[in-house]
Design a protein around this ligand. Structure first.
Ligand code: XMP
Length: 521
């Protein structure tokens, strides 16, 4: 495997994914990991990522100089390039002019890393500091008009670095440089493919579990569904999937989940009908956080009630994925701890109850989880499901949740999904990308706690509005309201007022995040 040392701002994640796309397993470690800690992970090569800091800054991240004596091939990008130069006795200088965006490099002399790529190439740059003198034993392999050392290497020690970012799409030959490093220099074979991964995970799960029982809380979301499918393949009926139906899922969703995991995958499937208990608990509750709390607490109650009735359950399988692990590490990256997300580790086991955890996806990125799901035969509506909050429709009904409001929202939401699924599908067919520039990342209906006057036929109506929310995003941290074509908006609005009794008006939320959030509660 390759270990990517991350110098912050999640530069490492993109590199790790590029390496994996080439069929080589890679893991991310914080840049301040010691050479001993790194050796313990048994890498066959290292990549030093870029980062937001300047090597001169007071608390600038550095590396353990001993990593350069481990005999491993090392490739550094941007900050990684500068830190390699600075650590090995070269020099890094502030320059008057930075380079941001596309730049043209001119190759200098022979280079193992560049192989037979062209003498001039377009690369992606983002830097002000630059290497001004290379360490002993290194040669300069390219430059730009303003950057004398756009790349350097010491082929003998298998050390290579570039000021530009080969991991970014805009670097014309970036992928070829990565390939040369991984396959020619390091001797990887590119065998980390979905089929091999499934085979390996299946045998790991079998070995870990033996003939014990495993329980899993299935939500219908991508991660828990993929874990379920993987465990189903590995241990079949030794897996019990507990599907707690809180009655707050979208229209037809409970039936779809049940169908997949009873017909297609042969697991022990327990459908907990908790709709009425949830309805009672939520009656009259209007505060969003109170709703969330009730729903979360009740989930574990329902789940453990089933778990404790089953004999011999030793393991709890969970859909923790790699970003959860990376983010919960509170790692030092450029002096800043990244966001801490710890919910995955906080399972409120009841007194006297404990299960060991199995987290087979804990080293996979979201798009790899989806690819695994597809390779395991999960249907598209699960694998490409849009994000959906755990508390479900309860936080899309402003004010208290009643059966009447739930019915209205489910029906309106079904229309929103039908129309915008079709819109996204058209964009996918045109662009070949699932999340292309204009596609909607998340889209749903919201039911506010007001009524307004309308007219239908000759009758005055006093009914509810539906708010359409549709955003473009990639990670939910920021989001832009989707600039949907008018004909799509017209169809959504026309269908909702015509098909959903009790609704006489549709409004479109045209606020981005920030300052708004994606959800209304
Ligand atoms: P906001 O509304 O904060 O949402 O912009 C960001 C993303 O998180 C989802 N979300 C939740 N997911 N439990 C969840 O599992 C929650 O309580 C919750 N609240 C928001 C939201 O759908 C969006 O994708």
């Amino acid at each position: 495997k390759v270990v990517v040392l991350d110098f912050g701002a999640q530069y490492g994640q993109l590199i790790a994914r590029r390496v994996r796309d080439l069929g080589v397993y890679s893991e991310i470690m914080p840049c301040d990991a010691s050479a001993d800690e790194i050796s313990a992970a048994h890498p066959a090569a290292l990549i030093l990522s870029g980062g937001p800091a300047s090597v001169y800054a007071e608390d600038a991240p550095s590396v353990d100089p001993a990593i350069f004596d481990m005999g491993l091939p090392i490739l550094g990008f941007c900050y990684g390039h500068q830190i390699m130069a600075a650590t090995l006795g070269g020099e890094v200088a502030h320059s008057e002019v930075g380079e941001y965006g596309a730049a043209k490099i001119m190759r200098d002399g022979e280079s193992v890393l560049f192989g037979d790529t062209p003498a001039e190439q377009t690369v992606w740059m983002s830097h002000r500091d630059a290497v001004s003198r290379v360490p002993e034993g290194f040669t300069v392999t390219s430059h730009t008009d303003v950057c004398p050392v756009a790349s350097m290497e010491c082929a003998e020690r298998k050390l290579f670095s570039t000021q530009f970012h080969p991991e970014v799409k805009h670097t014309e030959h970036g992928n070829e440089l990565l390939r040369t490093f991984l396959f020619d220099v390091c001797g990887f074979e590119g065998t980390w493919t979905m089929d091999n991964i499934i085979e390996q995970k299946v045998s790991e799960i079998r070995e870990q579990v033996g003939d014990a029982r495993v329980i899993l809380g299935l939500s219908g979301g991508v991660d828990s569904s993929v874990v379920a499918a993987l465990c189903a393949k590995a241990i079949g009926k030794q897996l019990t999937c507990v599907f707690v139906n809180h009655g707050l899922l979208r229209k037809n969703e409970p039936e779809e989940v049940e169908e997949v995991f009873t017909k297609q995958f042969d697991v022990d499937f327990v459908h907990v009908h908790a709709e009425e208990r949830y309805a009672e608990l939520l009656a009259g509750v209007t505060d969003p956080e109170a709703k969330r709390k009730i729903i979360g607490t009740q989930f574990w109650k329902e789940f453990f009630a089933v778990a404790q009735e089953l004999d011999g359950v030793q393991y709890l399988a969970q859909g923790t994925i790699y970003p959860d692990i990376i983010e919960s590490g509170a790692r030092k990256t450029g002096g800043k701890a990244s966001t801490i997300k710890s919910h995955h580790n906080l399972i409120p086991f009841p007194e006297g109850v404990h299960f060991d955890l199995i987290e087979p996806l804990d080293h996979f990125f979201k798009d790899e989880v989806r690819a695994l799901g597809t390779a395991l035969g999960l249907p598209d509506h699960i694998v490409h499901r849009q994000p959906f909050p755990g508390p479900g429709l309860a936080i899309r009904i402003i004010g208290d949740v009643t059966p009447e409001k739930l019915e209205i929202l489910k029906n309106a939401d079904a229309i929103v999904r039908e129309e915008l699924d079709a819109y996204n599908q058209r964009l996918f067919e045109e662009t070949g990308e699932r999340n292309s520039e204009h596609s909607c990342w998340q889209y749903f209906a919201v039911l506010p706690d007001i009524k307004s006057v309308g007219v239908m036929g000759d009758e005055r109506t006093y009914q509810r509005p539906i708010i359409l929310r549709a955003v473009e995003s990639s990670d939910a941290m920021t989001a832009d309201w989707a600039k949907l074509p008018y004909d799509v908006l017209a169809r959504v609005s026309g269908r909702i007022v015509a098909e959903v009794p009790g609704v006489n008006r549709v409004a479109y939320d045209i606020t981005s995040k920030p300052p708004a959030t994606i959800e209304w509660e």
